[in-house]
Ligand binder design. Structure first.
Ligand SMILES: C[S@@+](CC[C@H](N)C(=O)[O-])C[C@H]1O[C@@H](n2cnc3c(N)ncnc32)[C@H](O)[C@@H]1O
Length: 611
């Protein structure tokens, strides 16, 4: 049965009776203060101080039914009246309107100074029963010593995010203090120390709610009766409600009304167990940075990936037309990939495991000239762009994420010097979570590359292995060189890279002699069948189509193409008619070389021809 939200009459408890809510005097007084103002705490709830997680709430053990559970939900756990919600909308005892209205001072800075004021006021402030329970210090990285920061090296937080936040907050603090001093409050401005500002700012990151979410009005009238904060979102503190700790995936109902904010649970809680809130699907990076804790095996963990490269030239024009550009963000949060399915089904698309817009930009960034031309002249939103392109995306992602893994592992101290403090432990938990995500992503990419590449890619070494006679002949005939003018005199360079040359010859052998298409190199029959059929089914791609349009080559190309053609013929010496049933000429080379450049991709030492 659902419990009704408390009537104010019922809520006005005798302070004696409210003792049951806690054995801790300040917690008890906090409860009395909230209840007196019209708030509520379920009488099934007990507030206590947990050595590990600070103040917490649990179901009182006296409330166990026979099964140990407290009956059916939803149950209102706690409720705080709007009059006790602390925010910039609560009266500020003495800040001048010039301070609160200053357009160059951020809302965040104003909120931090406002809270600092109440921290300084102590018992003279109207929120004292709440303020005195707020933590003095935190385990967020801004409180870490240099040694403790070393534990974060190689992670996003170690790489500058912490330093950046400190810098931003310090700038806000300096600006606010200057403003206070200018108003003739130089003496009191000195009370607003950096330590106090840091404490106030961290109280907000670790326990505030956004004003818009809880429906707190954003219009404040200052002493000049002008309004500030119109439409702005600002952090609010909700006494009592903010005592609950976080547990991922906890079912909890946040219930804002015009007069109160309540937490209700639909779960059937067990007597003696801690009652949790759910701060949202936060990863350990956010929990550590904002709250000073991290959760082992956090099911809502994520890895933030920033993208700082942007496409240029034609690629930038294509990107402008891509629909997914709308979903572009500067930072993407990657989550852990599901385990690779052992039974290989159809190859999953990359966007099933990665943010779509992230994959889409990558496709444009790695597109080669011919792919960009295809997008420009065809559908600019085509996906996948080509098999070559999709493989290049997967490989690019693997290289980028592998870099993360290297830096996470390079600085990992957890094996050589096990954590001895809480801060070191949470830093290690955070690093381990980041590493788990990266490893799962690499596994998934490997499986993608394996299945995607199975029949759509041919490796150079595989081809040479299948054609040992060609490999031997190539070794016997060195590739011709050309003379190049350098700063220190002329030097010599092979006219074509060996990988390209092998694939030029392969293309001529396997594709040109169309009558022999069912007699491809052993071992790669499936690939060549698919390749040749794609070639002859795409207008303009076959040699015949190409020759019709390009019967004359310019002189410069003619020289190099002719030299490569001579080389091919010499490699094939003694095997007349075994090559392409005719002499290879420069037009053949021009066609095959163009195809190789469009369809090949290099991965480390290996080069692949793709469908
Ligand atoms: C909204 S407050 C919760 C009340 C808090 N325990 C207190 O003492 O006031 C958030 C803070 O509680 C602690 N906390 C919350 N959930 C936690 C968890 N699952 N593990 C460790 N600490 C937690 C962290 O110190 C965090 O900054």
């Amino acid at each position: 049965m659902s419990e009704q939200a408390p009537a104010s009459k019922k809520a006005r408890l005798d302070p004696e009776a409210s003792r049951q809510y806690s054995e801790h005097q300040y917690l008890r007084e906090l409860a009395e203060w909230v209840i007196r103002a019209g708030g509520y705490i379920s009488d099934k709830l007990e507030l206590y101080k947990d050595e590990k997680n600070g103040f917490s709430a649990r179901i009182a053990s006296g409330d166990a039914g026979e099964s140990g559970s407290i009956g059916e939900g939803p149950l209102t756990l706690v409720s705080c009246p709007t009059s006790l919600v602390f925010s910039l909308a609560s009266p500020s005892p003495s800040f001048p309107s010039s301070f609160l209205e200053c357009p160059s001072l951020s809302t965040h800075a104003k909120a931090c100074f406002h809270l600092s004021q109440h921290l300084l006021l102590k018992e003279r402030g109207q929120f004292w029963p709440y303020i005195r329970l707020l933590p003095e210090t935190f385990d967020t990285p801004l409180y870490f010593s240099d040694d403790e920061m070393e534990r974060l090296a190689g992670t996003n937080l170690g790489a500058g995010d912490v330093a950046l936040r400190k810098h931003l907050w310090m700038e806000e603090w300096e600006a606010g203090r200057k403003l206070l001093g200018e108003d003739g409050n130089a003496e009191s401005a000195r009370d607003y120390t950096w330590e106090l500002y840091l404490r106030a700012a961290t109280i907000y990151t670790s326990r505030s709610f956004p004003s818009k979410l809880v429906g707190i009005g954003a219009t404040i009238f200052t002493d000049k009766n002008s309004s500030i904060l119109d439409g702005a979102d600002f952090p609010v503190l909700i006494p009592l409600v903010d005592l609950l700790n976080h547990k991922p995936n906890t079912k909890i109902i946040w219930e804002p009304t015009s007069t109160s904010f309540s937490l209700r649970t639909p779960e059937n809680l067990v007597a003696g167990s801690q009652v949790f809130n759910n701060y949202g699907p936060k990863g350990n990076e956010e929990l550590l940075m904002g709250y000073g804790f991290a959760i082992p095996e956090n099911p809502t963990d994520s890895l933030a990936m920033k993208f700082t490269i942007s496409p240029r030239g034609q690629a930038a024009e294509i990107w402008e037309q891509r629909k997914l550009k709308q979903a572009w963000k500067e930072v993407f949060h990657l989550t852990k990939s599901a385990d690779v399915d052992q039974e290989k089904g159809p190859t999953p698309a990359l966007e099933e495991d990665w943010p779509e817009a992230f994959i889409d930009l990558f496709r444009i960034l790695v597109a080669n000239e011919s792919e960009i031309d295809d997008l420009e002249n065809g559908d600019p939103n085509a996906t996948p762009v080509s098999i070559r392109n999709e493989l290049a995306v997967a490989l690019g992602l693997k290289a980028a994420i592998n870099q993360k893994l290297v830096s996470l592992r390079n600085y990992d101290l957890s094996m050589t010097s096990p954590a001895t403090s809480y801060r070191e432990r949470i830093a290690d938990i955070y690093r381990k979570g980041q590493e788990d995500i990266v490893v799962s992503k690499i596994k998934k990419l490997n499986s993608f590359l394996e299945s995607y590449a199975r029949d759509s890619v041919l490796g150079l070494s595989q081809y040479l292995e299948d054609n040992a006679d060609l490999a031997q002949r190539l070794d016997r005939c060195p590739i011709p060189v050309e003379e190049i003018e350098g700063e220190d005199g002329p030097f010599y360079e092979e006219i074509v890279a060996k990988q390209e040359l092998v694939f030029i010859i392969a293309l001529l052998r396997e594709s040109l002699n169309i009558e022999r298409t069912d007699n491809h190199s052993s071992g790669s029959q499936t690939f060549w069948n698919a390749f040749v059929s794609a070639l002859y089914n795409t207008p303009g791609m076959s040699f015949d189509d190409f020759a019709k349009l390009n019967d004359i080559l310019d002189d410069e190309s003619e020289g190099i193409y002719g030299a490569i053609a001579d080389y091919c013929n010499s490699v094939d010496e003694g095997h007349t008619q075994g090559f392409i049933s005719q002499e290879v000429n420069s037009l053949h080379i021009s066609w095959a070389w163009g195809l190789v450049r469009t369809k090949c991709i290099s991965i480390g030492e290996e080069t692949f021809l793709t469908l």
